[in-house]
Design a protein around this ligand. Sequence first.
Ligand code: MLT
Length: 263
Amino acid sequence: MLANINGTQIAYSDNGAGTALVFLHAFPLNRTMWAPQETHLSRRFRVVTVDLRGHGESDAPLWHSSLEQYAGDVNGLLDHLAIQQAVLIGLSMGGYVSFAFYRKYARRVQALVLADTRAAADSAEARTGRFNLVQTAYRKGAGAVAEIMLPKLLGATSMAERPGIVRQVRHMIETCEVSGIVVDSMAMAERPDSMSLLSLITCPTLVIVGEEDGTTPPSEARVMAQGIPGARLSIIPGAGHLSNLEQSDRFNQAVTNFVTELL
Ligand code: MLT
């Protein structure tokens, strides 16, 4: 479905009923990365997946943006769907958007699931990497970005043994608008550090990480889980950065256990 949010067409799916779980995808992917969660978790909960601006079926305006803007879009979508409070589940860039959302709209966050993400801002080296990736996207297109990103997104086990997932992730990246890749990269490079936010988070929080995640490794997840009062940590074996796709059953179980305890 499409909704006009903040002057931009934002695509989303809305399935199931009950406690609302709102899923925010990674870079440079789209809401289809949450297919295993949509299928499984919508039997018990209301599952909303969003294409952030620049991704999937949402508009991809080529203009300066920020993670605060993405968070504002999510807030507008919650208004549109008449959802007062939701469990926010963000993976990697989706986690950065969750921090931005929490900073501004904490009252709407029933609980947080921070998956394969980090609280720290970019290092100078990471910013240089984003600049280089944007130049590659601009000159060679999203296919070249897929070659670079795939081994960063998927763990060694998935790269070797799960060709279907490799194909699916490659397709998501190859079909991402270059404007989406550019705008996200600049927004992530400019994002503020969220380390000082951690101790201020008062909602129930689950931190999830794939054991083979080399992009936001388990050490980063431990920092978040230790910094957020009462947060829990779930480390998923056999998964890399996209733990929800690579080990969907374990991911779904961790989320189900966590959300069920909230009720
Ligand atoms: C992602 O998966 O969203 C990206 O790896 C995040 C990032 O580049 O920092």
